[in-house]
Ligand binder design. Sequence first.
Ligand SMILES: [Zn+2]
Length: 273
Amino acid sequence: MFAKHLFAVTLGSAGLFIALPSAAQSPPDVALTRIDCGTPVLNDVGPRFSDTFAYKDLKVWFTYSCYLVRHGDDYLLWDTGHAMNAGAPAPKVSIVDQLAQLHVTADQVKYVGISHYHADHTGQLPSFPDATVLIGKGDWDGITAPKPHAGANVAPFAHWISGGGKIEPLAADKDVFGDGTVTVINTPGHTPGHHSLLVRLKTMGNVLITGDLAHFHENYDGNGVPVFNTSRAETLASLDRFKKAAANLQATVIIQHDARDVGKLPAFPAAAQ
Ligand SMILES: [Zn+2]
């Protein structure tokens, strides 16, 4: 009896001792909100989205999603979608106007993370001149090369190319706030410096956002590679890494362009916590 009692007390006080420092260091609340960054388009994916001719008559609704991550008082915007003058897929409401509905101003956005340099992810970047831009080094090199890469949407980066804005070219992952809650994940292949995003939420749990590592469920599930792609080998390796991370973290996977994944997060202006 005595030994059992002693054991319980020891365990209890050890548990208390461990709990105190971790409570003192607990990271700020993190919240994730989907921002609409384009008008959906029904895409005939056969011709361009498989280099193995996998999709004969498949048509997929493409959506254009950006994401606002709140970390305490700081904000990271993930991707900037289409420009307002992009034609049919242009957004109906700008990111800045959507942020206003959340009572967030453009100058509160500390970081803009860019998954890759294509036009449908970079269109509204000029609205955030005060932000530090996080972009894969391979993509930044492709934007700033004397002859920029085909497909690199150079114009929105003018402010950062000129040295007017802060830029962090990433050669690897980046733990954005230093506490593991928001990590930009190196997933090259679609473009040389392509990155994805991991957000670890207290209630919803882990969320992995693809960027364009995959464009829709069928090419995510079947390791499909689009025709317009920098490196097939790197894309397959990145898909392998991403899927293993998703399994190990029991993460909700959100394929940014797939309209079927929009409902995985609460509808704007609500946030996942
Ligand atoms: Zn895209």
